[in-house]
Write a protein that binds this ligand. Structure first.
Ligand SMILES: Nc1ncnc2c1ncn2[C@@H]1O[C@H](COP(=O)(O)OP(=O)(O)O)[C@@H](O)[C@H]1O
Ligand SMILES: [Mg+2]
Length: 282
């Protein structure tokens, strides 16, 4: 009886946090960061669902050497969401938006009411819902920005990536993004390059937008990371003692250790968040 009550209480308190990984420019390491953070959080015994939202270009499966039976488009032709969201060999669950034209079409035209009700059941069992976004700003994804608890921007030291990252945040700042902001400077040549960029970029963002980074992380450009992509294996598993892995653990700890009490998106119920997520309401 006491056990039952404890379980009930836990279930009531449980509400999955949304973590969005985004960037202005493509090819900066979003998907790699997302997957490795997912693995790292799973190792901390957290239940993590990753949604590959790079609709039409989803590639998390390839990065992880995973072979999902379904993508979201199968949902719209009648397959249960529970079959489409698959548990991976790394401990996290994965929902893929798919990587062909039919997937894009299904995503735009599909029937969302059913998606909402099934997702509400499955999603609420998770601790974290990680969203791997496509590059750049897209109005179609506006609702995701408004519900996310943590927003992770990934940039690299390339001027184009810095510029696109800035422009992207400028837009989100006008849209009044309310999430906690984390910055990841990926593929730096050494940690001092990372520190300098974190300082400069942070100052520009604070000065010219209404946003501010709470925490920032550097990840080294490391040939072993590139190799892990070729081997289709998360580097936090194949290389436990390299700096990029420590960076990922830092980011994961920031997510898991966060006190969400004073968080604006948190005030929205889980049901309302996923309604927005699936663009059922604004
Ligand atoms: N820290 C790193 N060190 C070395 N190569 C990296 C690193 N991060 C990313 N890469 C390279 O960049 C490529 C693109 O990464 P990916 O996560 O697919 O980018 P995005 O999702 O932003 O388009 C990877 O395939 C890998 O070769
Ligand atoms: Mg990607």
């Amino acid at each position: 009886m006491i056990n039952d009550q404890a379980t009930m209480l836990r279930n009531e308190l449980k509400t999955a946090r949304f973590v969005t990984v985004a960037s202005g420019k493509g090819g900066v390491g979003k998907s790699l960061v997302t997957m490795n953070v997912a693995v790292s959080l799973s190792k901390m015994n957290k239940k993590v669902l990753v949604i590959d939202m790079d609709v039409g270009f989803a590639n998390l499966e390839v990065l992880g050497g995973l072979h999902l039976k379904h993508t979201l488009k199968d949902f719209f032709s009648g397959v249960d969401l529970g079959e489409i969201i698959e548990k991976t060999k790394y401990g996290f669950w994965l929902l893929s938006s798919g990587n062909d034209v039919n997937d894009i079409y299904a995503f735009q035209m599909g029937e969302r009411e059913r998606l909402f009700s099934e997702f509400q059941k499955l999603g609420s069992e998770m601790d974290y819902i990680l969203i791997d976004m496509g590059a750049g700003y897209s109005e179609l994804m506006d609702n995701i920005y408004t519900i996310t608890d943590d927003f992770i921007l990934v940039i690299t030291p390339e001027p184009t990536s810095i510029m696109d990252g800035y422009t992207f945040l400028k837009i989100l700042s006008i849209k009044e993004l309310k999430s906690r902001m984390l910055l990841v400077v990926n593929m730096v040549n050494d940690l001092s390059e990372g520190r300098i960029l974190i300082k400069k970029f942070g100052e520009v963002i604070t000065k010219f937008t209404s946003l501010q980074f709470e925490k920032s992380y550097s990840i080294l450009n490391d040939p072993r990371v590139r190799r892990s992509v070729r081997d289709q294996k998360p580097f936090v598993i194949s290389h436990e003692k390299i700096q990029p892995t420590f960076g990922i653990i830092g980011i994961s700890s920031a997510i898991a250790g966060r006190d969400y009490k004073n968080n604006a998106p948190k005030k929205m119920s889980f049901a309302n968040k996923i309604k927005r997520f699936f663009r059922l309401e604004r």
